[in-house]
Design a binder for this molecule. Structure first.
Ligand SMILES: NC(=O)c1ccc[n+]([C@@H]2O[C@H](COP(=O)([O-])OP(=O)(O)OC[C@H]3O[C@@H](n4cnc5c(N)ncnc54)[C@H](O)[C@@H]3O)[C@@H](O)[C@H]2O)c1
Ligand SMILES: [Zn+2]
Length: 358
C-alpha cells in the first residue's frame, strides 16, 4: 500500500492506494476515529461488483445503510441530492455520520455535494472505483451537481476526510472507462512530471494488462501530481488551472459531439491539439509532440478529430467558462512536464491546428 498525505492545514487528509483495500476500510475508518453509523452512497453496478467486499469489512464495527443511485451523469442533479437528503433523514444520519462515496466521479461528486450540505456538512470518505476517480475526481474537494444545461454549476469545495483507492476495483472496469481514466493519467504526467511520462511510455502494456504493481505505481504517481497541485491552490484561483490541459478544446469537442464522445477521448484530442499549438508558438519539440500523440494512441485514445464541424468547436470554446474577457484560456506545454496558462492563443491558430488535427 502507498500513502499520500494532502497537506491543506486543517483540511489535510490521506490517500491510501493499493490492492484489496476496500476489505480493510473498516479498520482504516476506526483508525481515523469513526464509529457507529455510516452511510454508503453507490450505484447498482458498483454495489454488485464491489459492495460486498466493502460491507464485509465494515460489518463488525459499523451500522451500515446503503443508498443506491442509478448510474449516469443525469444523477448529478439537485433532484437526486434532494432524494438523498430525505433518505439520510430516514436513516437518522447525524452530523457525525460519515458518507462513503463508493463509485466513479459521478457518485463522488454527487455524494460529496450531499455530504457538504446535509446538516451543514458531514464527514466524507471517497472510495473511488474508476481510474478517473482514483487519479482525479476523488482528490481535491470539488463536489458538485449539474444544473440546467451546465455541468458542475452548483457545488462547493469540500475536502474528504480520507480517500481509499483500491486498485483491485479497476479490474472490472469496461475497457473504454479504463481508457477514459488513462487520458487524465497522461494529462497529469504531461503537465507536471516528465519522469512519470517516461514511466508511462515504458509501462503502458503492463498498465493496460492491469498488472498490480504497475497499476499501483500509476495511480500513486498520478494522484500525487493532483494532490501537489491542489495543495498549492486549493480553491482553484491559479495553478490548479493547469489540470485543464487538453480540456479547452476537449470540452468543446465533447459538447459538439452531443456528448456521444467520452470525456477522456475528447480530452485526448484536445491534448494533441494543445501540444501542436504549443509547438507552433515556439515551445515543445516536434519529438515531444510525437511522444504525446504516440502515448495517447497506444492508450487506445483518439488523437485526431472525428468528422465534426471545426467552426462549431471554436464557437463552443468561446462559450466555455474558461473564456476570460473574451480571450480563450489555454493550457500549453513549454516542454513535457511543464505547463502554463495563457490567453494569448489566437482563434486563427486554433482553427489552423484543428484543421491539421483531422
Ligand atoms: N470533482 C472533480 O474534481 C472531478 C474531476 C474530474 C471529473 N469529475 C466528474 O467525474 C464524473 C465522471 O466520472 P467517471 O469517469 O468515473 O464516470 P462515472 O462515475 O459515470 O462511472 C462510469 C461508469 O463506470 C461504472 N463503474 C464504476 N466503477 C466501476 C468498476 N470498478 N467496475 C465496473 N464498472 C464501474 C459506473 O457504474 C458507471 O456506469 C463527471 O461527472 C465529471 O464531472 C469530477
Ligand atoms: Zn477531465
Amino acid at each position: 500500500m502507498r500513502t499520500i498525505r494532502v497537506e491543506l492545514g486543517r483540511n489535510s487528509y490521506e490517500i491510501l492506494i493499493g490492492a484489496g483495500l476496500l476489505g480493510q476500510a473498516g479498520r482504516r475508518l476506526r483508525e481515523h476515529g469513526f464509529a457507529g453509523k455510516l452511510v454508503i452512497i453507490t450505484d447498482p453496478t458498483v454495489d454488485r461488483l464491489h459492495g460486498e467486499s466493502l460491507k464485509k469489512g465494515l460489518a463488525k464495527d459499523f451500522t451500515v445503510t446503503t443508498l443506491l443511485v442509478p448510474e449516469g451523469e443525469a444523477q448529478k442533479s439537485l433532484e437526486t441530492a434532494s432524494r438523498l437528503y430525505q433518505e439520510l433523514t430516514d436513516a437518522r444520519a447525524e452530523r457525525n455520520t460519515p458518507i462513503l462515496a463508493l463509485g466513479g466521479g459521478v457518485i463522488g461528486d454527487l455524494a460529496g455535494f450531499v455530504a457538504a450540505t446535509y446538516q451543514r456538512g458531514v464527514p466524507l470518505i471517497q472510495l473511488p472505483t474508476t481510474l478517473l476517480a482514483q487519479v482525479d475526481s476523488s482528490i481535491g474537494g470539488k463536489v458538485a451537481v449539474d444544473h440546467g444545461q451546465l455541468k458542475n454549476q452548483v457545488g462547493a469545495f469540500y475536502q474528504p476526510k480520507l480517500v481509499v483507492a483500491d486498485i483491485t476495483t479497476l479490474k472490472t472496469l469496461p475497457p473504454d472507462e479504463f481508457a477514459n481514466g488513462l487520458a487524465e493519467v497522461i494529462k497529469s504526467a504531461a503537465i507536471r512530471n516528465r519522469t512519470i511520462f517516461a514511466f508511462l511510455e515504458d509501462n503502458l502494456d503492463r498498465i493496460k494488462s492491469l498488472d498490480d504493481a504497475a497499476l499501483e505505481e500509476t495511480v500513486f504517481q498520478t494522484a500525487k501530481i493532483k494532490a501537489g497541485v491542489v495543495e498549492k491552490d486549493e480553491t482553484d484561483t491559479g495553478l490548479r488551472n493547469i489540470l485543464n490541459y487538453g480540456h479547452t478544446i476537449g470540452h468543446a469537442v465533447e459538447a459538439v459531439s452531443g456528448f456521444t464522445m467520452k470525456h477522456g477521448q475528447a480530452v485526448a484530442i484536445g491534448m494533441v491539439a494543445a501540444a501542436r499549438i504549443s509547438r507552433k508558438m515556439g515551445m515543445l519539440t516536434e519529438s515531444e509532440v510525437s511522444r504525446l500523440k504516440d502515448l495517447i494512441e497506444k492508450a487506445g485514445l483518439p488523437s485526431s478529430l472525428p468528422d465534426i464541424s471545426i467552426s462549431r468547436i471554436i464557437e463552443s470554446m468561446q462559450h466555455d467558462k474558461k473564456v476570460q474577457h473574451s480571450r480563450i484560456r489555454f493550457i500549453l506545454l513549454r516542454s513535457l512536464g511543464d505547463a502554463f496558462v495563457t490567453d494569448e492563443v489566437s482563434p486563427a491558430l486554433v482553427e489552423q491546428v484543428l484543421n491539421e488535427t483531422t
